[in-house]
Ligand binder design. Structure first.
Ligand code: UD1
Ligand code: CA
Length: 455
């Protein structure tokens, strides 16, 4: 179920597209679902901003059901009736509860089948059950459920019940659709509550049971920004714990933001306040120092990333040293043992093995060989206001400080570029290029100036 608006988030973005652990809520639920049943048997019920939700999750291969008007969780299942005709049982998942695991869904399904129930709820004991529907049982020992009461309709004693309805269910398709017509909208929200099926089915003398998960942390739903932040934090900590288990050192896990799909090899050290996002992969024995934000990048082994670096879709070869304060934009490919220093920006470049650009430099649309030294303040002028052009710097070139390389231009192997040169023409191999005004010296000029001022 993923059709709701998410009124409590007060957001333009539909609730199930809000992110935790770097991925939309619904993406987590779909990932769990598709590990229990094949994607072609997973249906996402979408409605509010349906096309946006579809676009964000289509790649998973699940199918979609449109609930044009969102008249409650019971109504969501009414809309899916025709599609479910060919199935004996249906597992119903809430699209806004992303911590659910395939193992728990599997347990719930097995329990339902063993109990031969018409409806099986997944329940959990929460220390703070506020906001959730409460499970009403005949007695504590029996699996049988009398009904579910929503928070808004619960009496004071019912509010004390700590066993909550998680929003995950298994139904016998026949029992569900044979009785779904009994649901009514006579409640505070004026909606069809799927939870009312418990009472409806019990009254129809059908078996309704609950299976209580021993892992209540998995059922938390994200209805508010506070709940989303809480879930996000739980996921991030779990990710850090998993990485630490695998041999990664993380100094202060509570401050690190590491997305679910990030991979880090053992013996790498992550300092406080680091963000590793998207599909980033980090090799072994690296050190990522504080305040780095790294997305979709590939980092080799033994790399040092000094504080304050920003990387996006970049590749860094083994033993390279980056930063502090380097910015690697998409398409930056930094060679083995290369150095990029403070306030160096790169975009769509290849920097060869052992090459260095240590200070205050912009390198864009460039192919730079091995053993090249790029002096402080060097700029590749890659853009003429209309098109981008390429700079080629061959192996062993020495570019003096404050050089301006106007692309398209090629600096031949082993050549030298004098400091402060503006290079507009290709430089042949092993030559020295100077493109700057000759220095003029006027002896005594300053002394005379000062003397004139004193008069
Ligand atoms: C629901 C349960 C509550 C349970 C809680 C667990 C009902 C009436 N209540 O409450 O007992 O404790 O989940 O998290 O079901 N949705 C649709 N179409 C709709 C309405 C909702 O697809 O017309 C989707 C939402 O997008 C969401 C899910 O169903 O993903 C649950 O809806 P939500 O409004 O969040 O229900 P809760 O109030 O959390
Ligand atoms: Ca919810």
């Amino acid at each position: 179920m993923a059709a709701g608006k998410g009124t409590r988030l007060k957001s333009q973005l539909p609730k199930v597209l809000h992110e935790v652990g770097g991925k939309p809520l619904l993406a987590h639920v779909i990932a769990a679902a598709t590990r229990v049943v094949p994607a072609k048997d997973v249906y996402a019920i979408i409605g509010h901003e349906a096309e946006r939700v579809r676009a964000a999750t289509e790649h998973t291969g699940v199918r979609f059901v449109l609930q044009t008007e969102q008249r409650g969780t019971g109504h969501a299942l009414m809309v899916a009736q025709d599609l479910l005709a060919g199935y004996d049982h249906v597992i119903v998942l809430s699209g806004d509860a992303p911590l659910i695991t395939p193992e728990t869904i599997g347990h719930l399904r097995n329990f339902h089948l063993e109990e031969q129930a018409a409806m099986t709820l997944l329940s959990a004991d929460l220390d703070d059950p506020t906001g959730y529907g409460r499970v009403l049982r005949k007695n504590a020992r029996s699996a049988d459920v009398q009904g579910v009461v929503e928070e808004k309709s619960a009496s004071a004693p019912q509010k004390k019940i700590r066993e909550i309805n998680s929003g995950f269910y298994v139904f016998s398709v026949k029992a569900l659709y044979g009785n779904i017509g009994q649901l009514s909208t006579a409640n505070v929200h004026g909606e069809y509550y799927l939870t009312d099926m418990a009472e409806v089915l019990r009254k129809a003398r059908q078996r309704v049971v609950a299976w209580k998960t021993p892992n209540p942390g998995e059922v938390l739903g994200g209805n508010t920004h506070a709940e989303l932040a809480d879930i996000d934090q739980k996921m991030r900590l779990a990710k850090c714990r998993q990485l630490m288990e695998e041999g990664v050192t993380i100094f202060y896990p509570a401050t690190c933001v590491i997305d679910a799909d990030v991979q880090i090899a053992p013996d790498t050290v992550i300092e406080p306040y680091v963000q590793l996002l998207g599909k980033t992969r980090v090799g072994t024995a690296c050190r990522i120092r504080s305040y780095c934000v790294i997305r979709d990048s590939e980092i080799g082994d033994g790399v040092s990333i000094l504080p304050g670096c920003v990387m996006d879709d970049a590749r860094v070869g083994s033993s390279a040293i980056i930063g502090p304060y380097s910015r690697l934009r998409p398409g930056s490919d930094i060679g083995e043992g290369a150095h990029l220093g403070n306030f160096v920006e790169t975009k769509k470049i290849k920097l060869g093995k052992g090459s260095k650009a240590n200070h205050l430099t912009y390198l864009g649309d460039a192919e730079i060989g091995a053993g090249v030294n790029i002096g402080a303040g060097t700029i590749t002028c890659n853009y003429d206001g209309v098109a981008k052009h390429k700079t080629v710097i061959e192996d062993g070139v020495f570019v003096g400080s404050d050089a301006t390389l106007v692309a398209p231009v090629r600096l031949g192997k082993g050549s030298y570029i004098g400091a402060a040169s503006c290079i507009t023409e290709d430089v042949p191999e092993d030559s020295l290029a100077l493109g700057r005004a000759r220095q003029a010296v006027k002896e005594g000029w300053a002394r005379e100036k000062r003397a004139a001022r004193k008069k």
